[in-house]
Unconditional design. Structure first.
Length: 478
């Protein structure tokens, strides 16, 4: 009898676990329900139901700052907010967007327009038709997310209207995209839309940057200019707008591209005096554009990718790395001594470059330990003179003076200048840390540094260079 009772208990436990795995548990079921509506949203929902024939399903944007099926914004600049609602009717595969307005405390549906596809990717607002306008940018996608289209809407005469130019048949074909950027690149008070797309239809080139801008005479947004990109792009991993340099005041769009073969590259575009796209760094530009007569600037941006482009680390894409309002471009090259190492074992020096004239100038050189979660910035005299030896058994990186005369430069650590060690609170606590200095802590990890006592080298560093009190500290957590 006891064995039967135990067997029954085991079967009940297994049954419970299996139901949890298949999504049949009450908790999982609750999570699958749409969010509950607030009183205001319920009023909008009721107004929508009065205007729609048949049952409808609310649709929620997948990304961006606005994730609700109901989005509030003062679209007509009357001081009161209107509402946008996203929904699909019955079994229809197309989602619609409706404009609702509040009159005398009561919401009513004004009008609705069909979207470009089934799913809402994102919703954003931009100053496209005027410096104070709140025009609506919506990204649409198929359920499989194999195709994305961008649409623009505005509130005109109290109604929702489309803004994209359409041909005589009512179609537009320049709004397909993989990623996008909204920015007032030429600081004229009006936002431009930049679309980045691959596998363009019926085109010889496979990847493009497209500029969509407002035509005030026609009152529509047109394709103003476009430029082909590298035909080796497998994925866009980053797009950002910012200053090109410190002196000219020019702004540009920086495009980080993952190429086939797990290589990253950067192309850069600005707007010319006519407000049209002009390349600054592009695969189509020759070496003549570089002041020193070296390789084309595009080739100098090539660097190995990390993780095959998936979850690309932020340290490998363009950003303002030093806070001077100018965008830097990361490049990478092998540290001394790693020319014969396997790719998986090789360590790299990452250099962040700024455009100055028609050349790239180094602003910062650093080595990045992504698994350890930190980076160490190289003093200028370390560049090409110091390399790094990884010692996994102690979770250390050891910085040594490079000796080119040695067949194996890592066999002699006599020229050691620095060690950085990462210690986990849950792991083995090293008892021999009395000569180490604590640098930082984050979560369960503590970071330590060791500087040898008697370093006979002009490349030696002081503990102050690692100190948190130093504004130019060379150690930084990622």
């Amino acid at each position: 009898m006891l064995h039967k009772t135990m067997l029954t208990a085991v079967l009940l436990a297994v049954s419970f676990l299996c139901s949890s795995c298949t999504g049949l548990s009450p908790v999982t079921g609750d999570l699958m329900q749409p969010p509950r509506l607030t009183a205001e949203q319920k009023a909008i929902d009721d107004a929508l139901r009065e205007s729609v024939t048949g049952d409808f399903t609310l649709k929620y944007p997948k990304s961006g700052d606005y994730r609700s099926a109901f989005i509030y914004q003062d679209l007509d600049k009357d001081g009161d907010e209107e509402a946008l609602a996203f929904y699909s009717i019955g079994l229809s595969s197309t989602t619609r967007v409706a404009l609702l307005d509040k009159e005398d405390g009561v919401w009513r549906a004004v009008n609705a327009l069909s979207g470009a596809s089934e799913e809402v990717e994102f919703v954003a607002f931009a100053h496209i038709s005027g410096p104070d306008s709140a025009d609506i940018v919506v990204g649409w996608s198929s359920e499989e997310e194999t195709e994305k289209q961008l649409e623009l809407y505005t509130c005109s005469g109290g109604k929702l209207e489309r803004m994209l130019f359409r041909d005589s048949s009512g179609k537009t074909d320049f709004n397909y995209y993989d990623t996008y950027l909204i920015n007032d690149l030429n600081t004229d008070g009006l936002d431009d839309i930049f679309l980045f797309s691959r596998d363009e239809r019926n085109r010889l080139e496979s990847s493009w940057i497209k500029q969509l801008s407002y035509d005030s005479e026609a009152g529509v947004v047109r394709l103003f200019s476009e430029h082909s990109l590298s035909d080796s792009i497998s994925q866009f991993v980053g797009v950002i707008a910012g200053n090109l340099d410190r002196s000219s005041g020019r702004r540009g769009v920086f495009i980080d591209e993952l190429l086939f073969g797990d290589v990253l590259a950067t192309e850069v575009f600005t707007l010319d005096d006519d407000g049209l796209l002009a390349p600054v760094i592009s695969i189509g530009m020759s070496g003549d554009e570089s002041e020193d007569g070296g390789p084309p600037l595009y080739e100098r941006t090539l660097r190995d990718a990390i993780s095959g482009g998936k979850d690309t680390p932020k340290e490998t894409v363009c950003a303002d790395i030093n806070g001077d309002s100018v965008i830097e471009i990361p490049t990478a090259r092998l540290l001394p001594g790693y020319q014969k190492q396997k790719d998986s074992e090789a360590l790299y020096l990452t250099e962040y470059m700024q455009l100055q004239g028609n050349k790239l100038v180094r602003m910062l050189a650093t080595v990045i330990n992504r698994s350890g979660g930190y980076r160490v910035n190289f003093p200028e005299d370390w560049i090409d003179q110091v390399t790094v030896f990884a010692q996994p058994e102690t979770s250390e990186w050891r910085f040594i003076e490079y000796n080119a005369s040695l067949e194996d430069p890592f066999s002699d650590l006599a020229g050691e200048l620095l060690r950085i060690r990462v210690v986990s609170k849950k792991g083995y606590q090293d008892k021999f840390l009395e000569k180490y200095t604590e640098l930082d802590t984050r979560g369960m990890f503590t970071y330590y540094a060791y500087i040898p006592d008697k370093v006979k080298s002009s490349l030696s560093i002081s503990s102050y260079q690692l100190s948190s009190k130093n504004p130019n500290r060379i150690f930084t957590l990622l």
